[in-house]
Ligand binder design. Sequence first.
Ligand code: SF4
Ligand code: SF4
Length: 351
Amino acid sequence: MPVATPAVTTSPLRSATQLLFRSFPFPTEPGLRVFGNPDRTSPVFVTGNFDHTVRLVSRVLRDYDCYLLVAPTDGVNVWCASAGGHFGVDQVEAAIKLSGIDDLVDHHRLVLPRLTTPGVDPKEVRRRTGWRVVFGPIDIADLPTWLDESFPRLVSDRVTFPLRTRVEMGIGAGLWPAGLLGVPSLLIAGWKAGLAVMALSYVLSVLFAVVYPRLPTKPGLPQAIPLAAITGAIGFGAAAVLGQGLFGLIFWPVVMAGVGALVALDFPSWSPTDVCKQELLCFLYPATLAPPGFLPTVDEPACIAGCDICVKVCPKGALTLNMDSKAFLNDPDGCISCFACVQQCPVDAIS
Ligand code: SF4
Ligand code: SF4
């Protein structure tokens, strides 16, 4: 008999470390977690082995009698792992084998996180393992409602980054300008200047995260150039007001422009979007499944009229059904090239 998973605990130090270094993988042990007193009909959930995610999921699942399979996804968060090829059929198959779940339940149905849709092909999972995949909601907080009202149906869902999430991302993203410009500043201009650059990097990164949804321009250079100009001008103005010499009047605008540019270029890459693939700093997830600039094309004759799987799995609502009940891309600008529609089409009508 499986042993119940102990209570979900975490130390403030571990949480703080994972917040500050959010862009790095934090793996936890893959394998089986058991919640409550599951029987042979209990639901089986799957997630990746990013420590932060496992803790969030466990907090919700501890109110259920169920199993959780933690797949070996290199300690990367679910969406990036899935879009980057670290959370696909191989990892789901490994989770099934590692856990021995075949011997514990009579059904063969796995509930996967919605944001694994770019990487997990349900047809292939079924062919290789005999298990059927259903996708839950995007936000784990919505899981109880989905289980009560919709399980096991696929429902439309949109990815959102609420303020709290963006602030957390902003803190994590501050590491890059703080490290890449703060450390050299410390060596060139002394410890006070270095610490000031690091602190300003974090402040600017969080402020950028807060206002990000309201920015009028697209991610990338259209945001980086104006922000670099503004922060560079502020750097020059502050140096002048503080009576800095020639060195300060050159150093501060250059460094602050660099901080502004890095913040604007890096923050949008914190989701596996098309922008991410063009980012120099997004080196952790270079193997995204879709090529840069990818836009889905629907093969209308092959598309099944009335099937709306791709419409539902699109995390940005970029697809809809046309007058003939066939899928079409109604919002190309909203498409983030995540590949979910391609992966989930049952008849390969999107490429
Ligand atoms: S339309 Fe774009 S954003 Fe939507 S699922 Fe397809 S690739 Fe992803
Ligand atoms: S998932 Fe495939 S078959 Fe279904 S609506 Fe989309 S393109 Fe058509």
